[in-house]
Design a protein around this ligand. Structure first.
Ligand code: HEC
Length: 109
């Protein structure tokens, strides 16, 4: 019966860890505007004014983890940037903010 307990544990762990994967969440929610690498070149961002942020450029609302969590949670009024606090869990937004910071570092190089 041990194998069954282990299998259940494994399944539970994989189901639990998936939504906290910032990269996957980014692909599902952000890539269409901000682009795969975060250069702001996603297909749905092309006609937006202002355009989606290129994560390699200066951030208007701060680029610390806390500031980015706030931006994602509250959105940016009168722009395409929606408030994700209504649709995502706090832990998911934190994972997304971390991923934005990873992309930001890569884009800056
Ligand atoms: C419909 C298009 C769209 C989607 C989808 C979108 N964004 Fe944005 N985002 C924008 C636009 C447009 C801006 C720029 C607003 C501005 O210039 O004031 C922006 C700005 C931002 C900023 C602001 C950086 C700064 O200047 O302070 C961050 C961070 C950000 N987005 C992260 C995300 C994340 C993470 C997701 C996915 C959960 C996401 N965005 C989804 C359009 C989008």
């Amino acid at each position: 019966m041990l194998w069954l307990a282990l299998l259940t544990l494994l399944l539970a762990l994989s189901a639990w860890s998936e939504p906290l994967d910032g990269r996957t969440l980014y692909r599902e929610n952000c890539e269409r505007c901000h682009g795969m690498s975060g250069a702001g070149d996603g297909p749905d961002g092309k006609n937006l004014i202002p355009p989606p942020r290129d994560f390699g450029q200066a951030f208007k609302y701060g680029d610390t983890q806390t500031a980015i969590v706030k931006t994602i949670t509250n959105g940016i009024p009168r722009t395409g940037m929606a408030a994700y606090g209504k649709v995502l869990e706090e832990a998911e937004i934190k994972a997304l903010a971390s991923h934005v910071r990873v992309l930001r570092k890569q884009e800056k190089n």
